[in-house]
Design a protein around this ligand. Structure first.
Ligand code: DON
Length: 305
């Protein structure tokens, strides 16, 4: 497996020159575009890695499955489904152009920005500071890493410039989908996107989703299996945005990308994978990361379809 991962890194490295690092969050532009790392946590307890797997990067949209999970844990499936739908939009993650006259939950899903911002309101807490602290704690627990924290430079950078998300949040308010103060919700969302991780952290988180909420090593249940199935299903249909259909065909398992260059991939009952390569394609998905997952999927026949 180690040899295979090293071959994948060597063969996919050139794809890093085919994408561009995100610049719309200014701080993300400072990353070197040629990095590529992968980490695999397997159900038999073995872990393998190759390439730049120790580099840190911010979760960005990879945190959306955790926002969804905590909303499910705190408010339950009915409340989550009433607020945010599950259908793929076929549009970019920050799209405004909803076709109907009135924006409803059916138009959005938990993996796009509007859906994730709305779901922050279903996380319990006495304040948004408290809600974010609970999300941070859950992320540390699932990643098995108590040292995880927010990258405050990226957080400040997005908070200063995130006017598209501000507009999306006001649109949710205008259509009565959220009622809490927009800046407080966004502060929680921006901090969540700015949690700094590495490939191992993502592989550990994915591994628990792959085992339907049970920690694969300790056997301890972290959350109900039905929540894992809910999250995994939305990853399969919406996790790679308007590239989700292509990803299902060429790679074939639930995954979530982020504009920091990370991808968290869930292979049910088998393994969790974290990859990192910050140069992105037009959808905001890591170019070399997707290629590395495609090669791994092909070599080990991991497609679930
Ligand atoms: O809200 C944003 O635009 C970013 N914090 C996250 C977007 C993102 O990661 C989209 N992913 N590919």
């Amino acid at each position: 497996m180690k040899t295979l991962l090293e071959r994948i890194i060597a063969d996919c490295k050139h794809y890093t020159s085919q994408g561009h690092v995100a610049t719309y969050i200014p701080e993300l532009a400072n990353v070197s575009p040629d990095k590529l790392g992968i980490y695999v946590s397997m159900n038999n307890g073995n872990e393998y890695s190759a390439g730049d797997c120790e580099s840190s990067f911010t979760m960005q949209s990879v945190v959306k499955p955790l926002i969804l999970l905590l909303a499910l844990m705190d408010s339950g499936i009915d409340a989550v489904r009433d607020l945010v739908g599950v259908e793929a939009t076929g549009k970019p993650f920050d799209a405004f152009n909803y076709s109907d006259q009135a924006l409803t939950g059916a138009h959005i899903n938990p993996m796009i920005n509007t859906g994730a911002i709305a779901l922050c309101t279903l996380i319990h807490g006495t304040s948004y500071h408290d809600r974010f602290s609970r999300l941070m704690e859950l992320t540390r627990k699932l990643a098995d890493n108590q040292n995880l924290d927010v990258d405050y430079s990226v957080y400040q950078s997005e908070k200063m410039t995130g006017n598209k998300n501000r507009a999306l949040a006001y649109m949710l308010t205008a259509y009565g989908m959220i009622t809490d103060p927009v800046e407080e919700i966004l502060d929680c969302y921006f901090k969540a996107c700015s949690i700094s991780v590495n490939c191992k952290d993502l592989a550990n988180i994915a591994h628990i989703f792959a085992n339907h909420g049970i920690h694969p090593i300790t056997g301890e249940r972290q959350f109900p299996a039905e929540y894992a199935k809910y999250v995994n299903a939305t990853l399969a249909t919406c996790g790679m945005y308007d590239g989700s259909g292509e990803f299902a065909l060429t790679v074939g398992f639930p995954a979530k990308s982020g504009v920091g260059g990370g991808i968290m991939a869930v292979i049910p009952h088998k393994m969790g994978i974290g990859v990192f390569a910050p140069a992105l394609d037009k959808h905001g998905n890591s170019v070399a990361g997707v290629q590395a997952l495609a090669m791994l999927s092909h070599e080990l026949e991991l497609s679930i379809y």
